[in-house]
Design a protein around this ligand. Sequence first.
Ligand SMILES: Nc1nc2c(ncn2[C@@H]2O[C@H](COP(=O)(O)OP(=O)(O)OP(=O)(O)O)[C@@H](O)[C@H]2O)c(=O)[nH]1
Ligand SMILES: [Mg+2]
Length: 284
Amino acid sequence: MGLKCGIIGLANVGKTTIFNCMSSTKALTSNVATGTGKSNISTINVPDNRLYELEKFQPTERIVHTTVEIVDIPGLSKTTGKGEGNKFLADVRNCDALIHVLRCFDDPSLPHIDGSIDPVRDIETVNFELQVRDLESVEKKLQKVEKAAKVGDKEAKKAFEVLSVYKNHLESFKNASTVPVDEHDKKYVDDLFLLTTKPVIYVCNVDEKSAVNGNQYSNRVKEFLKDEKTEILIIAGKVEAEISELESEDDRKAFLADVGLTEPGVNKLIRAAYSLLNLETFFT
Ligand SMILES: Nc1nc2c(ncn2[C@@H]2O[C@H](COP(=O)(O)OP(=O)(O)OP(=O)(O)O)[C@@H](O)[C@H]2O)c(=O)[nH]1
Ligand SMILES: [Mg+2]
């Protein structure tokens, strides 16, 4: 059983760049005009130095890593057609957790699809898209249970009540993950596989000089998400991608140190994705 983690975000924010840092299969990054339009999938090892430490005491034939499956989903853009939009949603629905990449770097040669750099607006844009789809699912089920609820079926009545809470919540631009219903009442939406209940890690894709401390954009993201139980990571995607291309381990270490890092930011990301689902690592 593999944990599947989807990389989402608007077009051209650096999703494939970060995907390439995480995986050894190199996918094509998009160009400004067209975007990529297809998903990339890769199974990656969860970096765990403890495994190498153990190896010292008890040599094994080979080191078995825990793996995570990463899906690089093409970005949502204004020109995403209905068909492509559905593909996007099917990809998201199949994931256990999401990595939401945010553009937090300036680059005049790479215009943002919405005209300016504003990662908080981008979070709202993507969340809105997912909330609308969840609302559709909830409303469909509401219609189904309504009749039974009206004729007095107790279970249907309860379902109707709970679904109505979800509906109101989503209609006020909130994610289903924060809905105010009792844990055991969430069973009424289990069959809907709501998109906005999935755990999310936010990645601020910053410029090289902000690799360690972030910048004004990532600060705004942190402020905006401060009440949410979510992880926010800062990764300088472009430079990490360049470093990951280097052949020698020593070179990679030296270049990382130049940027101020002791390990690739994506290693942190992979571990965060893994622990997000509270999965246990077993040593085999
Ligand atoms: N300056 C700068 N450019 C970046 C950075 N990250 C990515 N880029 C560039 O942005 C462009 C788009 O990057 P991708 O990784 O393909 O973006 P994407 O989010 O996968 O795009 P779609 O798949 O089309 O949605 C590429 O030309 C990258 O080189 C960054 O941190 N700084
Ligand atoms: Mg891409």
